[in-house]
Design a protein. Structure first.
Length: 292
């Protein structure tokens, strides 16, 4: 039995990277019966049908450490949220939602700020994320600044990029140097085009190690499924102050004697981030009421 990683799946065919080769495989019928569908990102065991034609059959899917439903990808290590210092200005609401989304999948986000060449000092609002302990990275994809650092963080991991259009995601992917020797189908074409018309997920292998999942359609959608009372736990900067809250279940919104609000008044917690927390909380709460 051989082991490999599904890097692409198209209409019942799975492309498995194993020992620097790519095998075109079909899945055994048993998966469908168990309602487990092999997914890009799955580590699998497969048997080789024809070593010359590089074809095989997937026999077993290894347990997944996480799973993203839309678009379907398994075993993601890093979510890299991409924004730019300017053109367009960072959408911090989207950033906060992507951080929540990462927590929902169970992965740590890296906040990557591109186009640092346009504004070398970055921007003030990013401070609160740094202070809260989030990993932040300033890069310029066109000038090549910070790209080695980014590669280092992605080394031997499976990462996905997320962020609004125009922030430079395609430019970053190009700057990472995709290993063209293992490209499948029209990969290089697709990268160069920068825009994606297809909806399936595909992995690109980075020369320096690791994979980047091309995830068209990845958004912060679905965070309203998070339980409203759990939302506050996803804000590390709140956690440092909850021991001062009078009520154990304090949501830090309207309760008296709240440690988080005290920290807010002492400028220890960023006002913008707190206000966006309330807005997200209300959206989630409304959604819960609606689905009761
Ligand atoms: P995407 O929509 O997120 O994939 O963004 P693109 O990669 O298509 O980039 C959008 C625009 O920003 C293009 O005109 C790029 O040339 C430009 N761009 C990308 N990275 C940088 C950068 O580091 N600095 C500057 N000044 N422009 C950049
Ligand atoms: Zn509180």
């Amino acid at each position: 039995m051989h082991e490999g990683l599904i890097i692409k799946g198209i209409s019942g065919f799975y492309y498995i990277k194993a020992d620097s080769k790519i095998y075109e495989c079909k899945a055994r019928g048993i998966f469908r019966k168990d309602e487990i569908i092999p997914t890009v990102g799955d580590y699998v065991e497969f048997s080789i049908s024809d070593e010359e034609k590089l074809t095989g059959i997937i026999e077993k899917i290894k347990p997944r450490k996480n799973f993203l439903v839309r678009p379907p990808v398994a075993n993601i290590d890093k979510l890299i949220t991409v924004f730019s210092v300017e053109s367009p200005a960072p959408d911090l609401m989207l950033l906060d939602k992507l951080i929540i989304k990462a927590a929902e999948i169970g992965i740590k986000p890296i906040i990557c700020i591109n186009k640092i060449d346009l504004s070398p000092n970055g921007f003030e609002a990013i401070r609160c994320y740094e202070n809260a302990g989030f990993e932040t990275l300033f890069v310029s994809a066109v000038k090549g600044i910070g790209i080695d650092n980014l590669k280092e963080k992605m080394k031997d991991k499976v990462s996905i990029l997320a962020g609004p259009s125009g922030v430079g995601k395609s430019t970053i992917v190009n700057a990472l140097n995709i290993n063209v020797s293992v490209k499948t189908g029209d990969v290089s074409n697709k990268i160069n085009r920068g825009k994606h018309t297809t909806r399936h997920v595909e992995f690109f292998e980075i020369e320096s190690g690791g994979y980047i999942a091309d995830t068209p359609g990845f958004t912060a959608l679905g965070i309203e499924r998070i339980i409203s009372d759990k939302l506050k736990n996803l804000y590390p900067e709140f956690q440092e102050n909850v021991n001062k809250c009078r009520f154990t279940g304090c949501t830090h919104i309207s309760e008296p004697n709240c440690g988080v609000k005290e920290a807010l008044n002492n400028n220890k917690i960023d006002n913008g981030r707190y206000e966006r927390y309330i807005e997200i909380y209300k959206t989630i709460k409304e959604n819960e009421r609606y689905h009761k």
